[in-house]
Design a protein around this ligand. Structure first.
Ligand code: DHB
Ligand code: MG
Length: 221
């Protein structure tokens, strides 16, 4: 789904820009060893998330979909010492691995991981006044992306950055008749972003270590 040199280009830039990151390497290895799906963000994507959080001056981050916690670690490292990242993970086994990775990376003090279906947990996130969030990263089960967008807006303030992963899926997003509910979730999500007057958005297609995919990036008015 992408030109052959894309992974090599990723490796070249990663070698130039990314300092050694043993905790990240260990987390990626732990996730692979545990048989987690290979859906970790790539190191260059992690650095992109971290830069976005820094540019936004984020102090409170919401992540929907922890998986093994690699994106959690990148984002948490962008936070000031008194910052907080709330991350939600549906799968108990993934959550346990993520907890260990987050602790080993030394960011457990800035991370609140709640295990359960995000749509069940988000009302409590709101009730506990963990928001408003400065940045929301949507990277969980794609069919629920429309609901996650509603929650991101509900827990936002003017200026909140919303980023969603996996919006291209090897171009499958173009297939309006797709039988894949993940594709339909992403399509509906994008249409909702477009229709929401509070949002200004763009889409960034990506290639590289994770193949052809992309992000939707939006800011709340
Ligand atoms: C899938 C999910 C992800 O979050 C990702 O980064 C890649 C693929 C998936 O569900 O197929
Ligand atoms: Mg993803």
């Amino acid at each position: 789904g992408q030109p052959p040199a894309c992974t090599a280009v990723d490796d070249w830039f990663a070698g130039l820009f990314l300092p050694p990151n043993p905790a990240l390497d260990a987390a990626l290895e732990a996730n692979a060893a545990a048989g987690l799906p290979p859906h970790d963000i790539s190191p260059l994507q992690g650095a992109f998330l971290q830069l976005l959080a820094r540019i936004a001056g984020a102090r409170r981050i919401l992540e929907i979909g922890t998986l093994g916690g690699t994106s959690t670690i990148w984002l948490a490292r962008a936070l000031p010492a008194d910052g907080c990242l709330v991350t939600l993970e549906a799968d108990p086994a993934h959550a346990a691995i993520a907890r260990a990775n987050i602790a080993a990376a030394g960011v457990a003090g800035r991370v609140v991981l709640r295990q359960g279906a995000a749509l069940m947990l988000l009302p409590q996130v709101e009730a506990d006044r963990l928001g408003p969030f400065d940045l929301v990263f949507i990277d969980a089960d794609k069919p629920n992306n429309p609901h996650y967008l509603d929650w991101a807006l509900r827990l936002a303030r003017p200026g909140t950055v919303i980023l969603a992963d996996n919006v291209v899926r090897d171009g499958a997003v173009l297939d309006a008749a797709s039988a894949d509910d993940r594709v339909q979730g992403v399509r509906r999500f994008a249409e909702m972003v477009a229709a929401e007057p509070r949002l200004t958005a763009t889409a960034i297609q990506t290639v590289g270590a994770k193949g052809w995919d992309g992000f939707v990036l939006a800011v709340v008015a």
